[in-house]
Ligand binder design. Sequence first.
Ligand code: CP
Ligand code: NVA
Length: 306
Amino acid sequence: MSIRHFLDLSLIDARTLRAIVDTAHRMKRAGKIVPAALKPKGIETAVLGMIFEKPSTRTRVSFDVAMRQLGGQTIGLNHTDLQLGRGETIADTARVLSRYIDAIMIRANSHKTLTELAEHATVPVINGLTDKSHPCQVIADLMTFEERQGAIAGQTVAWVGDGNNVAASWVHAAGKFGFKLRIGCPPQLNLEPEVLEWIKLEKADVEVTDDPVEAVRGADCVVTDTWVSMGQTDAPRRKQLLGPYAVDQALMSKAAKGAIFMHCLPAYRGHEVTEEVLEGPQSAVFDEAENRLHAQKAILAWCLGA
Ligand code: CP
Ligand code: NVA
């Protein structure tokens, strides 16, 4: 069997992704006692290495707890503590770590680091966020959407704000899960060219507009994210361009009645979203954060062969 890397939603077939989200729903229902049927084979001895090149609260803690609840263990590796920080290659690091541990999760500055790691590792590699995508987040987001709005196929999601890494994973999800995605973003901060190309190639139902109201009109869910992602240095320019895309109650009122609001967190109140929306009745953000835990278990179970 080939190694089950979890690098991007675009690289995994739709049926497998659907099964991962279904497992995530089941993991949540199972709670802390995971039924044997949902446990990866050999998890009692499995160890996940977690490499972080950037800060993390949710990804770090949810993967750690997920592994423990599945019966495995984790090792947290700050990249500056590894010889990687002194110039050892990613390829050698991948080959060495593969001799000790059963899976590697990495939060990388550059997507190339992730793909290089996967190319040389002989154990599954999981994308815990790069500059290009955040697929684990969107598995939890799909799960959160479905808890409140039912099956996502055929429904409409609006992304408003920066055409960033999380937006790219939402695009991949739209293609794989068969829902409509409307992106409202300034042309200067549009999706990356390869993501726009993927939409065309896959004929995904994704529309891009620079009008936030047009993006959210009638949508079942409105999603946004920080205006300044980790590693970005042009904060003043971004804040100026993204000002008109802030999600406030007036914008939410253009979405469908009963629409929900999601944000991967951390949130910057008064910037990309108002306090009123983030804390309001339509907000699903803390369920979304909780669902990272259940989603990570489903991802780990798949990667480790459950
Ligand atoms: N949403 C998310 O990935 O959060 P962290 O940066 O805290 O991991
Ligand atoms: N787009 C954000 C997501 C943080 C979880 C970033 O990359 O910083």
